[in-house]
Write a protein that binds this ligand. Structure first.
Ligand code: HEM
Length: 515
């Protein structure tokens, strides 16, 4: 009897293993069946080995070179179709955006209350309508004093640092700046991240992003998505041991939001928290009203915390990286820096106004070229197909995860002559018209395009104007090596970005013509 039971159990197990093997073989042959090229996946973990060995960013760069503009790979169990073909991107991001409204799910995303970036469908639509007014030109103007004050603190901080050493890690300085700005503009949060290296928000956010690039939980959940259920059950236990910056941030934001709720609506303040807590008290822009469809009901406290977290992280990580890349590029290209300095000298008055920022053509070219060379958010432009499509001969089955491979797009020699050369003139009025549509997408495209784009541009301009007025940037010989990059959500410098910062001597002529 015992032997019979063991035999029967053996047969059942054998059949189960066979079924699993059949399922995995079929699952991992998906791209082969669709005739889409790509790296060969292993039967258990897809292409995770290469992703872990090189990092997702580098693996994607190498695959793009090997397989071209459309290739498929497996992020563990999850199939991803990577696309850097402008025609297909136009369809996915813009023309057929309704079919590609969802993002590729993030393996460690919370179950509920995702925040705008990870929300989908009607929930995303409602949040986007509600939050759009916080980024109108009028609101950005109101935020100028905060940005300028933070710019002044940046100058003080750089002055302080150069007395010790002229070689400054500008990346770290800009992380403090962008955190202070987004915290104040979005929630009235009084962080001192620029002056206090141990500011609790800064330390926890840094720790969050560092953990994201080193944690073993992420690849585990990528390989076996089912494990995410256990991760969420465990997260509070982890917090007891003081190891989870996400929970720390969430609790802090919850306190701030509670405080603001108790203070009641203030018609003079139109930051994100005000819009989310008291939607009916906040004036809507025409754009938001048109998109509203009656969906801007009040958000729950939990949702508001999730949205706040999204903005804090999105506002901090991308812009600080862009500022670091921009400073490094200016240090490497003295002619560009001097032309930019002259433009600021000529066109921006003593007091930096929102209006003066709109008329800086050379600055725009430099900013655009930095965002072309370093599209920091390339990895996060993702979508998921609701229904099957065939676009330009490429079969996209329902449920397929899409990655708009902006890095490959911005470095494609067919679209950009000598793509590795920094040349702001690509964006001159004459040359701009020659740029093929959908080959330049640093902020994504379509209805899910970056909501904070103008905010980031204003912030960058104010910070660079303030910095360049007082300091010049150069690069020491021993730092003339390419910046090492790491993908941890955004693509950011892996290490410090050291630039030689020197106080400008002599009387500045700033503001004389337009002051
Ligand atoms: C230079 C800085 C920045 C870059 C390069 C950048 C880039 C991007 C990109 C590429 C996307 C995805 C767009 C798509 O899928 O089509 C995105 C989405 C988003 N960004 Fe930014 N971003 C920057 C700054 C900011 C700032 C400062 C904020 C907030 C204040 C912000 C908030 C968001 C949010 C909430 C989304 C999700 C939008 C949605 O799904 O509806 N970003 N960003």
């Amino acid at each position: 009897m015992f032997l019979e039971v063991v035999f029967a159990a053996g047969v059942v197990l054998g059949l189960l293993l066979l079924a699993l093997h059949w399922h995995l073989k079929r699952h991992f042959s998906l791209f082969e069946r669709l005739s889409i090229p790509g790296p060969k996946p292993s039967l258990l973990i897809g292409n995770l080995r290469e992703i872990l060995a090189k990092g997702q960013f580098q693996a994607t760069v190498d695959w793009s070179e090997e397989y071209g503009r459309v290739f498929g790979y497996f992020e563990g169990y999850t199939p991803v179709l990577s696309v850097s073909d402008p025609e297909i991107l136009r369809e996915i991001l813009v023309k057929d955006a309704n079919n590609f409204n969802h993002r590729k799910p993030f393996p460690l995303a919370p179950r509920k209350s995702l925040g705008l970036f990870l929300e989908n469908g009607a929930q995303w639509h409602r949040s986007r309508s509600l939050l759009t007014p916080a980024f109108s030109a009028g609101k950005l103007k109101q935020m100028m004093p905060i940005m300028k004050t933070s710019g002044d603190i940046l100058v003080d901080e750089l002055s302080r640092q150069v007395t010790r050493s002229s070689e400054v890690d500008v990346y770290s300085v800009f992380q403090g700046l962008t955190l202070d700005i987004i915290g104040r503009c979005a929630f009235g949060l009084q962080t001192c991240a620029q002056t206090d290296r141990h500011d609790e928000f800064l330390t926890n956010i840094r720790s969050l992003f560092n953990t994201m690039s080193t944690t073993l939980i992420l690849p585990l959940v990528m390989a076996v998505p089912f494990l995410s259920h256990f991760v969420f059950a465990l997260k509070n236990v982890v917090f007891v041991f003081g190891m989870n910056p996400v929970v720390w941030l969430r609790l802090k934001l919850r306190d701030i939001i509670k405080l603001r709720k108790d203070m009641g609506p203030n018609p003079k303040v139109v930051d994100l928290v005000q819009l989310m807590l008291f939607p009916s008290n906040s004036r809507h822009t025409q754009e938001a009203d048109d998109n509203d469809n009656g969906m801007s009901k009040q958000m729950s406290e939990r949702e508001i915390v999730a949205q706040s977290m999204t903005f804090l992280l999105a506002g901090y990580e991308t812009t600080s990286a862009v500022l670091a890349f921009l400073s490094r590029v200016l240090a490497e290209n003295p002619d560009v820096q001097s032309r930019l300095y002259k433009e600021i000298d000529n066109l921006v008055g003593k007091d930096v106004t929102y209006e003066s920022l709109q008329n800086l053509p050379y600055f725009d070219k430099v900013f655009d070229e930095v965002c072309r060379m370093f599209p920091t958010a390339s990895q996060i432009v993702t979508r998921q197909a609701a229904e099957s499509r065939v676009i330009n001969g490429v079969q996209i089955p329902a449920g397929m995860n899409m990655h708009a491979n902006i890095w490959a797009l911005h470095h494609d020699p067919q679209f950009w002559n000598q793509p590795e050369v920094f040349d702001p003139e690509r964006f001159s009025t004459a040359n701009k018209d020659q740029i093929q549509p959908y080959t330049y997408l640093p902020f994504g495209a379509g209805p899910r395009k970056c909501i904070g784009m103008r905010f980031a541009m204003v912030e960058t301009k104010v910070a660079v104007i303030k910095m360049l007025r007082d300091f010049s940037l150069t690069l020491e010989e021993h730092h003339k090596v390419p910046i090492e990059l790491i993908g941890r959500g955004a693509i950011v410098p892996k290490n410090e970005v050291k630039v030689k910062v020197t106080k400008r001597s002599g009387q500045r002529t700033l503001g004389i013509r337009h002051g």
